[in-house]
Ligand binder design. Sequence first.
Ligand code: PLP
Length: 423
Amino acid sequence: MNSKEYFERSKKVAPGGVHSPVRSFAGMGREPVFFKSAQGPYLWSVEGKKYIDFCQSFGPLVLGHRDAEVEAEVREMIGTAWSFGACEPYSLELAEWITSRIPWVEKLRFVSSGTEAVMSALRVARAVTGKEKILKFEGCYHGHADSLLVKAGSGLAGIAASSSAGISARMAESTVVCPLDDETLLEEVFTLHGKDLAAVIIEPLPANYGLLIQRKEFLQKVADLAKQHQVLLIFDEVISGFRMALGGMAQILGIQPDLVTYGKVIGGGFPVGCYGGKKEYMDLVAPNGPVYQAGTLSANPVGMRAGLRTLQKMEREQGWTQLDKKGEFFEKQLTDAMAEKNLQFIRQGSLFWFHQKTETPLRRVDQIPATQKESFNKVFLQGLERGVYLAPNAYEVGFLSLAHTDEILTEAATILTDVIKGL
Ligand code: PLP
């Protein structure tokens, strides 16, 4: 059975044939590829075709697919126990590893996804401050919890309109949305809403609407205003955490959040999320305090051990330096070919994206050229044809892993250069 046939069957039993929207290749004019196996930097489709994978399950697989060390750890755990729903040492080991290395994570709680981590952190922030509203930034994605599926209203960051059907107006109204990269508007928003804001949440490296690298001064302003108005600063490091550096973007920027959320890399490819921060805030969580949050499969031992082994390997092998070098190597090979076709390759560490050339660096959603979909889709589809798999959406970033050797990066860059030249 080929991908087309699988997709026809799948559409009968799942909305759009998928279990998460971006997987559907919507707007690409073809059915999604169905994959059956993966190893290192590669994916194999049900047709048996091999692809170099720059999606890496949207980020968790920082070592590549089925890293041998992590696989051995997982196999051993599966032969020991799958889930206890009780106390065990595996989550303790991961929690101690993290809290002993990241000073702003004094205590943490494991959950099963980034969405849950963010939802829970916001609940803590509301409990700490006794305030209701949340400030988020246009283009930042924080999972699909009701209060965060909102987009920017027009004009001065007014109360936002919801981005999804099925969200109550009351919920959407508790979220204030501000554009990125605009200190003046930000100050006005804090002046207007500061007294009602429980938290300001931001991806310190926004990577869900392309890669919108922020100026440090802007992020510092967010932190300063939050402090000034007794608003908790939440860094959503679900993508950047343990990928950009051991301490994520907070470490790179030298800005410590009050609460932080992690996901993706922390579970080494298994469903793990985490929220944490100052002890005084985290101690409000049940059973210690009045903020209820629980999970049947929370701190699942298989995910805990996959996560710990992944992080240990990253630390031992200086994975963050290696990833940056890989990124630089890949960037060098693609920049010129892209520039010839008026495209711009951008990158931070192991995350990359490209867009039609602009005079100034893109920092906000409204600066993204209208041609983004058109230029991306061509590169994506022709790359796919020739065995390069990018995340299937013009606004998703590409992910490198330690399994992407220089040889493989050169092979992929040669294919992409060829595709770009033919545009
Ligand atoms: N926060 C950020 C920054 C994310 O990128 C994502 C997912 O892509 C989430 C939260 C939600 O995480 P999950 O998909 O694990 O629920």
